[in-house]
Write a protein that binds this ligand. Sequence first.
Ligand SMILES: Nc1ncnc2c1ncn2[C@@H]1O[C@H](COP(=O)(O)OP(=O)(O)OP(=O)(O)O)[C@@H](O)[C@H]1O
Length: 312
Amino acid sequence: MIEAQQLTKRYGEKTAVDGLDFVVKPGTVTGFLGPNGAGKSTTMRMIVGLDAPTAGSVTVNGRPYARHRAPLQEVGALLEAKSIHPGRSAYNHLRSLALTHGIPRRRVDEVIDLAGLGSVARKRAGAFSLGMGQRLGIAAALLGDPQTVMLDEPVNGLDPEGVLWIRNLLTTLAEEGRTVFVSSHLMSEMALVADHLIVVGRGRLLADTTVRDLVRQAGGDTVTVKTQDPARLREALAGPGVDITGHVGSEELQVTGITAREIGLKAAEHGIALFELSPRTMSLEQAFMDLTRDAVEYHGTTTTAETPGRAA
Ligand SMILES: Nc1ncnc2c1ncn2[C@@H]1O[C@H](COP(=O)(O)OP(=O)(O)OP(=O)(O)O)[C@@H](O)[C@H]1O
């Protein structure tokens, strides 16, 4: 559990985080969303004591991070700043972290496997691709088997397989009852993995809601599903508030009132093959953009500068 109360950080004139109140609960994936410069990384740094709040407070499992006797076993964090010696192997990096925190050696092997680093664990971390670096960072975050896991933009630099791996990992960690807090500036990514969303803009709280409610507010909770067995899928998904339409004989259904994730899980539970599962993400992105429009620090422009003509 992470609890922020009137959490504030000022850098000189700049207020990066402005009176944030929120609670991140265990057993679910909470997405921390906001446009660039919204204050997500600053908030996360304060959660693990890398930055001190100017005002307010933030606790992890009831205490400020620094007051925990074994913080690595309490909170595992992947923050953007990497502190890995480039000449050291992934294995040695994790091994030394484990040694200094009283974590048994077998846990190092476990997280190496978990992060899919087995084949490169003995190579120099300095030669790692961005994606491998992310995996190593996540392995380090999980080393202490922490109850709370916090990841800042974890899918950055990952290939599609890595993105899928992260999604499954986050869901599994939440299912194990852990608190999972993950930042992103991509609504579409969060919609696939998070149950709850905390949205910030210019350091302020803009929304603290479920993905489902946000989508519903935006009127965009229709999911297109293509399946081998539409009749059985209809039966499996039927429930209060769920509406399913589709042409007779067609493999395609339009489903409202239930998320794509829930549809996927139900289909898997009933052993029904799906060929397509697409939430109407445009309206989700739109909901996010509407929410954060006034809070975006750096607006792009659609007018491009004139390119100087080439001399004939
Ligand atoms: N050390 C610092 N000194 C001065 N200003 C800072 C510092 N760190 C962050 N800021 C400013 O605080 C604001 C919030 O930054 P932060 O990195 O927390 O945002 P973010 O939501 O994580 O953004 P991004 O998605 O781009 O990573 C920005 O305007 C940033 O320029």
